[in-house]
Write a protein that binds this ligand. Structure first.
Ligand SMILES: NC(=O)c1ccc[n+]([C@@H]2O[C@H](COP(=O)([O-])OP(=O)(O)OC[C@H]3O[C@@H](n4cnc5c(N)ncnc54)[C@H](O)[C@@H]3O)[C@@H](O)[C@H]2O)c1
Length: 306
């Protein structure tokens, strides 16, 4: 794919990481933010990440911080928005962006949960707009969900799919703009049952996590659930579903157990206790374990691609 001119709006946790991925892939990237400190530190943060990962540090030369939105997006082929999760702000921003870009510039939002349809409904040319949902950290987690709305053109979807694949990501086409897209629907279906198991006294929180990590969690990175179903047989899967599904939590609202935790101020790491207690040392150790795991997986992927 030809190199593109990319504008990233929002230089926070996700924005700077997205800019890093595109710059490393050879694209020219402008990045903008309304908070001067966040914009000013963007290149430093990207360079630190490149160094830490042993990536080509000259990629930083392709990143240009720009304080004015109009100037940042003016020459862009592709604009991706990663500002705070606020619908009216995102809606206003895209209407503003559309005033400054070419008629064929593609516009994407990195929202986690807001429907893309709502964000883009005020645009003049809604066929050029879509969602691109990256996962944190953008330079370590391969998936980018590419979400089309009822208005998105096939050309827009193809461009986004090709751009992300050529930038070393694993794009997944989400054909309908549904809450949670694909990844978070799957993740939270699992989390609902995880909470229910604790709520109903079947095991404690530590056991839930341990069962996942030491059993199917081990396989999940190389064996998806539907591959697994085919491997064991759809007939066996059907038989298991007939027995287990009637008993699995299917309430269409959050568990009262989770609501009580929040009510009691047990907010997890930030309060020192959630489903279980977390000392500052335990929190650091877990964050570090996750980061090391993701880095190793990325290094393995890169080796395999050589
Ligand atoms: N953090 C995650 O794990 C994650 C994962 C996937 C998607 N997202 C989504 O990505 C988006 C950004 O999340 P984040 O975690 O990077 O947030 P963040 O708070 O780290 O960064 C948001 C940035 O947007 C800037 N900003 C606010 N208003 C702006 C404006 N009008 N113009 C330009 N910049 C503006 C802020 O100054 C800040 O630097 C959100 O929609 C979030 O839901 C986050």
């Amino acid at each position: 794919m030809a190199k593109a001119r990319i504008a990233v709006v929002g230089a926070g946790l996700m924005g700077h990481g997205i800019a890093q991925v595109f710059a490393l892939a050879g694209h020219a990237v402008t990045i903008t933010d309304t908070v001067t400190a966040n914009l000013d530190s963007a290149k430093t943060r990207i360079l630190a990440n490149l160094k830490d990962l042993g990536d080509d540090e000259t990629a930083i030369e392709r990143v240009t911080p720009v304080s004015e939105l109009a100037q940042a997006v003016r020459d862009a082929d592709y604009v991706v928005e990663a500002v705070v999760e606020d619908l009216p702000l995102k809606q206003k921003l895209f209407i503003e962006i559309e005033r400054h870009v070419r008629a064929d510039t593609i516009l994407a939002s990195n929202t986690s949960v807001i429907p893309i349809t709502r964000i883009m409904e005020g645009l003049q040319q809604r066929e050029r707009a879509l969602g691109t949902h990256w996962w944190n950290p953008p330079y370590l987690v391969p998936l980018v969900e590419v979400i089309e709305t009822q208005w998105t053109s096939p050309q827009t979807v193809n461009f986004a799919m090709s751009l992300h694949a050529a930038s070393g990501k694993k794009p997944a086409h989400v054909k309908k703009d549904v809450p949670g897209f694909i990844g978070n629907r799957l993740q939270h279906a699992l989390w609902r049952e995880a909470v229910a198991l604790v709520e109903h006294g079947i095991c404690d929180a530590e056991t839930v996590d341990s069962v996942i990590k030491s059993a199917f969690g081990r396989r999940l990175a190389v064996l998806g659930p539907l591959e697994n179903a085919d491997m064991v047989g759809t007939d066996l899967t059907l038989a298991i579903h007939k027995t287990v599904l009637p008993d699995i939590d299917s309430r269409p609202k959050p568990s009262p157990y989770l609501e009580k935790l929040v009510e009691d101020g047990k907010l997890g790491f930030k309060s020192g206790e959630g489903f279980r207690k977390w000392s500052p040392e335990q929190q650091t150790a877990l964050r570090s374990r996750v980061l090391q795991h993701l880095k190793r997986a990325r290094a393995d992927d890169m080796k395999a691609a050589q």
